[in-house]
Ligand binder design. Structure first.
Ligand code: DQA
Length: 161
């Protein structure tokens, strides 16, 4: 099983940018914690950060046929990017959206996510801990997908009445 973690613009500035909103943790520290969880659960994990919308679209597309799950914080593109939404929809891979802050409680322009409707789940407002929650949620989703695939395979093997 493989999870790809995609981080949008300015998340490389975590630990520096608006600490009262995003906290003091750096992106590398968040990723190190996610990597630990992945290793403990025998899951392959890759991390990608970009400030460019097209690069994020490319990375989502590269997940097709390669990744079993996507965890994404599209950052500011959350509120504007039909291109990232379409890419997630196109690859049809279970995707969990994460926001460090509670976007529902912030400026009006942040309250709408273009991405949420094509995601299995959205985790908002837990600070960096939201990434840990996204790992737990994603592992649950992957277990359910695996169980459904096994059940389907077993059904196909069952003798016809
Ligand atoms: C964010 C929320 C976005 O509105 C903002 O543009 C970000 C970070 C979050 O994680 O809370 O860059 O996605």
């Amino acid at each position: 099983m493989k999870i790809v973690v995609i981080q949008g613009p300015n998340l490389n500035m975590l630990g520096i940018r608006e600490q009262h909103v995003y906290g003091p943790m750096k992106l590398e520290q968040i990723h190190a914690q996610m990597k630990d969880v992945a290793e403990q659960n025998n899951i392959e994990i890759e991390f990608f950060q970009s400030n460019l919308e097209g690069e994020i679209v490319d990375r989502v597309q590269e997940c097709f046929g390669d990744a079993d799950g996507i965890i994404i914080n599209p950052a500011a593109y959350t509120h504007t990017s039909i291109a990232i939404r379409d890419a997630i929809s196109a690859v049809s891979i279970p995707t969990v959206e994460v926001h460090i802050s509670n976007i529902a409680r912030r400026e009006e322009f942040r309250q709408k996510s273009m991405i949420a409707p094509v995601c299995a789940s959205s985790i908002v407002g837990f600070g960096p801990f939201g990434y840990h929650l996204s790992m737990i949620g994603m592992m649950q989703i992957l277990n359910e997908v695996k169980a459904a695939q096994e059940a389907q395979a077993a059904g196909q093997q069952a003798p016809q009445a």
